[in-house]
Design a protein around this ligand. Structure first.
Ligand code: 6PG
Length: 251
């Protein structure tokens, strides 16, 4: 998986400062997008890392800086579990911030998948097609995480979803947790204006070094397939995931 395109690495001292930086990016991007197109489309990531960012967005000083009436929320991926399940990406985001901000309910688009993943993937693609209508399907902001195996969203190594060049939404069966999952494909994610990866913790240092390395790793790393055609990539990382010794290698 060739890593192409430029990116920016912003090293934060800890999770809290990373979450603040991510919330600031959300606010700034929302202002730009709403001025330009009167709406702001965001793709949320699952996992643990973004939780603090979501909590901050539901509180001052960030909450009142966003015109929530113009915000449209989507997900990069979702496990096929009920929203009440602790592993639901929608449930996590709803409990941590969407239930604390005045966003119109019809502008929140969870991937509700309890059975028939193929049907759900097709339905979500239809929803996105209707949202973007005749415009280029370009999200204003995409939050993504990084798994220790180099996955992002639910694009896992060796998954056929990595080679999907037509569909914007597909479904996978993740061997690690045996969940059926719905995921946006790199085909769609690479149309974004801005992709922000949120990566923290020493356990991510090895994979982060591989993903950011200028040289091709021996095995495909899905996160390297995310390089927006006309957009930007910011890696928001903490100093545990990105020790200063790494900077000499990846810059
Ligand atoms: C998910 C995410 C997944 C996540 C990474 C990192 O549904 O869990 O989409 O891609 O971002 O696994 O997860 P952590 O932030 O918990 O390390």
């Amino acid at each position: 998986m060739e890593r192409r395109g430029s990116f920016v690495i912003k090293v934060c001292s800890d999770l809290e400062s990373l979450a603040q930086a991510a919330a600031e990016i959300f606010v700034e991007q929302s202002k730009i997008a709403i001025i330009q197109s009167k709406r702001f489309s965001v793709v949320l990531s699952g996992g643990n890392t973004p939780l603090r960012t979501y909590e901050l967005l539901g509180k001052e000083p960030y909450r009142s800086q966003v015109d929530w009436s113009r915000v449209y929320i989507f997900w990069g991926d979702e496990r096929c579990v009920p929203p009440s399940d602790a592993r639901s990406n929608y449930g996590m985001a709803y409990r941590s911030f969407l239930s604390h901000v005045p966003i119109p309910t019809h502008q929140i688009h969870p991937i509700l998948c309890t059975r028939d993943p193929e049907k759900v993937a097709t339905q979500y693609q239809t929803l996105l097609t209707e949202y973007f209508a005749s415009l280029i399907p370009s999200f204003d902001l995409v939050f993504l995480g990084l798994g220790k195996d180099g996955h992002t969203a639910s694009l896992f190594p060796d998954s056929s979803a990595l080679n999907e060049k037509v569909r914007w939404v597909t479904h996978v069966q993740n061997a690690a947790d045996n969940f059926a999952r719905i995921t946006l494909t790199s085909q769609l994610l690479n149309q974004a204006q801005l992709v922000v990866f949120l990566v923290t913790g020493q356990e991510k240092a090895v994979i982060l070094k591989e993903v950011l390395a200028p040289i091709e790793p021996s095995h495909p790393l899905p996160a390297r397939s995310i390089h927006p055609i006309d957009g930007k990539v910011i890696w928001l990382v903490d100093s545990s995931a990105y020790p200063s010794s790494l900077s000499a290698i990846t810059n």
